[in-house]
Design a binder for this molecule. Structure first.
Ligand code: ATP
Ligand code: MG
Length: 462
């Protein structure tokens, strides 16, 4: 490895601007009829933010997923703005805004439930910047990223070329960097810059490559994909709360099955769910169970039904739970305590990779616990089980187990019939609705947490 590569690999911040910067950092300007985005596809609130910033004399663009998705004719999940105004200046301009983040400062402009995220153009930090502005860890991971620059600099800091497109509202052009527009046409996910360096700066970019490939049905370009398997273990450096957020985006957005298969192929799934990976690698039932969970999750989303993290995590950890419970049973621990001990152990181990908030671990345990209680179905016992707020989720779980080949002696069928009985109708009427089965209006950013949580999932946030 040359000295230049070594420096780039371990001290990317010392490299300064990349050599190919001049070629890459000049945008291609696309006119309205070339890029095809009409204002009707865009959020009115996001446009208001652009107009206001422009009027105050600042540059402002829509950037990232909203430009990419609008261009591809898809519905953007959210709208991000990039500007040369500092976060403080943006904050002053909008009464309905707040400054967030320390390591990656930005501003949220709030319009009811819609949050427009406004970030100031970033540039690559160099040696003279204080550690308050920029900081890189020993392995090359960016720990702080608050050095401001121009739009050209900012584009170089974006993850993929298809995310480095900027829409301006003053002339309706799109500035596309590093052939982002062509890559979008050719359905290619390509990292900006040197892949190894960029993954080292932020290993979550590997997950993002897979997520976009799954969501957009794009191919990961050769150089971008090459290092992933080898670098997958870097995922260990990412804090568990950020990985939890990433898991929600990966699996609860309607493309779980394809994303899961890609993650396994690229050796990333085991980084997120090590226990589950062990099970699916050597047990056919587990493999079927996890795949079916992904299929059912996608089907629910397509049907406009809600999905909850607790059901998803309960299902993904089920095969491991059964394994650990079997070990306890062999030690002559009775089934129910064995289940509880196994649940605690499996969750504890999972928490080392992805956090799972308590509001989800509690219902996960309830679903698991109800599985054996579903077997006690005589008279009052059935009534008690049906009263539980997790009844519907636990019932689905029984069906899922049977669907994957577990022999539960017709249990699912019994409970299906029971739900037609008068007794059940009465209980169900008094039960608090199970979140998972109520189609309700959800805030726009459901999968990304509250606006306050959101800063955690930002790029470069350790
Ligand atoms: P979606 O919102 O559909 O998940 P997105 O591309 O908009 O996709 P966001 O997480 O909303 O993703 O991020 C907005 C933009 O910020 C991205 O398009 C990209 O330009 C930039 N970005 C986000 N995360 C990173 C990262 N880890 N490294 C570099 N750039 C990033
Ligand atoms: Mg986005």
């Amino acid at each position: 490895m040359s000295i230049v590569n070594t420096v780039a690999r371990f001290f990317p911040s010392l490299m300064g601007p990349r050599k190919d910067k001049n070629a890459e950092s000049k945008p291609q300007i696309l006119q309205r009829k070339e890029h095809g985005i009409s204002r009707r596809q865009l959020s009115e609130n996001a446009l208001k933010v652009l107009y206001r910033l422009n009027k105050a004399g600042y540059q402002a663009y829509l950037v990232g997923g909203c430009v990419r998705d609008s261009m591809l004719g898809a519905h953007p999940k959210d709208f991000d703005v990039a500007t040369n105004a500092t976060p403080e200046q943006v904050n002053q301009l909008f009464r309905n805004s707040r400054l967030i983040g320390r390591r990656f400062k930005l501003v949220h402009v709030l319009f009811g439930r819609e949050v427009i995220e406004v970030a100031t153009f970033r540039t690559s930090p160099s040696k003279e910047h204080s550690s308050n502005q920029a900081k890189t860890g020993d392995s090359g991971m960016i720990l702080r990223d608050n050095v401001y620059g121009s739009i050209d600099d900012d584009a170089m800091r974006r993850d993929f070329t298809i995310n480095a497109m900027y829409y301006a509202v003053d002339d309706f052009t799109v500035k596309s960097y590093a052939n982002g527009f062509q890559d979008a046409q050719n359905k290619l996910i390509r990292l900006m810059g040197d892949p190894e360096t960029r993954y080292r700066e932020d290993p979550v970019r590997m997950l993002r490559a897979i997520r976009f490939a799954g969501k957009l049905d794009f191919t990961i370009e050769e150089k971008t994909e090459a290092p992933i398997k080898m670098m997958a273990p870097l995922m260990e450096q990412i804090p568990a709360p950020r990985l939890f957020e990433e898991v929600l985006k990966l699996f609860l957005s309607g493309n779980a099955l394809v994303t899961y298969r890609l993650l396994r192929e690229y050796k990333l799934f085991g980084e997120l769910f090590p226990l589950t990976e062990q099970c699916v690698a050597d047990d056919e039932f587990a493999a079927r169970f996890v795949e079916q969970t992904m299929i059912n999750t996608d089907t629910r989303i397509q049907a406009g039904k809600s999905v909850t993290p607790y059901y998803f995590f309960a299902a993904l950890l089920w095969p491991s739970l059964q394994r650990v419970q079997a070990e306890f049973l062999e030690q002559d621990i009775p089934p129910q305590p064995a289940l509880h001990k196994a649940a605690s152990r499996v969750i504890e181990q999972q928490l080392q990779r992805t956090s799972i908030p308590k509001r989800f671990t509690i219902p996960m345990k309830e679903i698991w616990d109800l599985q054996s209680r579903f077997e006690r179905k005589k008279g009052k016992k059935a009534f008690e089980v049906a009263e539980s707020n997790r009844f519907r989720a636990a019932y689905d779980f029984i069906l899922l187990r049977e669907q994957c080949g577990e022999n539960l002696k017709g249990l699912g069928n019994w409970w299906t019939k029971y739900q037609e009985s008068d007794e059940y109708q009465e209980v169900a009427a008094n039960r608090k609705p199970d979140e998972r089965h109520t189609k309700k209006r959800r805030p726009r950013r459901t999968n990304r947490g509250t606006p306050n949580d959101r800063q955690r999932s930002r790029r470069s946030e350790p």
